[in-house]
Write a protein that binds this ligand. Structure first.
Ligand code: HXC
Length: 268
């Protein structure tokens, strides 16, 4: 079955109405679609990113879809930037109920060629960045009374993935943080969950992985039980679920959204 990113939503259009969401890395890729779908379901959205022009274009596109959006420039590696985003977001929209930690950095490189600084860079963006944004959001999320954090992770680290030592370590740490914050912040009415996307079409990661061409892609497709790449919509709908009252008793979980890819074994 082929799927586009424009499937009709199975959710009520007011699912997130009255809520304000911050999506880090929300100006492009999966983060943008998450922001868009939260917005199409009634949330006001704050998107963060490093590139001002990309942020401006993303906010214009969200506005075109009728979504109230604010772009905030900066880097998740800088705690001060994260605090400033919350300040600006609350000044504009009055509150914060949802944080989606989507900012990430990655590249394919054999471990023996991976520089210590390259390893550190990915750890700092993915893991430290998730902590920084969560920590900065905490005071406003606590005030919300019904808050949700969603950490975008990966399945790379479930076994081991070639040329991904840095990203696998970083995402394993993100999964750990999901559980720790869920444990400690549950009594503040903040649920903390994760989503582990599999292969998602149209992302920087998939483009880098299949720069080799169609043959490699066709072979790879046979290793996905559901027989297709995922879409950004698939991830955004999982976020909508985790940030809704349908998931009100779910915390500390990481939902795998990968068409069954990570557990694939060939037939005996
Ligand atoms: C080897 C690399 C490299 C590459 C950078 N480095 N790119 N090493 N191969 N392709 C090294 C640099 O040489 C440097 O080490 C160190 O990493 C830091 O690089 P900078 O360019 O100074 O860092 P910065 O400008 O902060 O950029 C961060 C970045 C960049 C991660 C390197 O690519 C980025 O910002 N990407 C954001 C978008 C992105 O990648 N999204 C994909 C997420 S996908 P030295 O030693 O030379 O100083 C994802 C899902 C995982 O996360 C699943 C995928 C299959």
């Amino acid at each position: 079955m082929s799927m586009t990113s424009e499937e009709p939503s199975p959710f009520r259009p007011d699912l997130q109405s009255g809520k304000v969401a911050l999506v880090t890395g929300g100006s492009s890729g999966i983060g943008f679609e998450i922001a868009r779908q939260l917005g199409l379901h009634g949330a006001k959205v704050i998107i963060s990113g490093r590139r001002q022009q990309v942020l401006d274009d993303a906010c214009a596109a969200l506005g075109h879809d009728g979504i109230q959006a604010l772009g905030v420039q900066g880097d998740v590696r800088k705690p001060d930037n994260c605090q400033e985003w919350i300040k600006q977001g609350v000044a504009k929209f009055g509150r914060l109920d949802i944080l989606v930690n989507c900012a990430a950095g990655n590249f394919l490189v054999p471990a023996e060629q991976l520089s210590p600084n390259a390893f550190k860079t990915v750890m700092e963006i993915d893991t430290q960045g998730t902590f920084n944004a969560s920590r900065a959001s905490f005071p406003e999320l606590e005030k919300s009374g019904d808050a949700a954090i969603v950490n975008i992770s990966a399945t790379l680290q479930y076994g081991a993935t070639w040329y991904q030592a840095h990203a696998s370590a970083a995402k394993a740490a993100v999964d750990s943080l999901t559980r720790s914050l869920a444990l400690e912040w549950g009594h503040f009415h903040i649920r903390v969950n994760g989503i582990a996307p599999g292969p998602i079409s149209g992302t920087a990661g998939m483009t880098k992985l299949f720069a080799g061409g169609d043959d490699a892609m066709q072979h790879y497709m046979k290793t996905i039980p559901l027989g297709r790449l995922g879409t950004k919509w698939d991830i955004a709908m999982a976020v909508n679920y985790l940030c809704s009252s349908a998931a009100r008793y779910v915390t500390g979980a990481t939902l795998v959204v990968d068409g069954g890819e990570w557990m694939y074994r060939p037939p005996l």
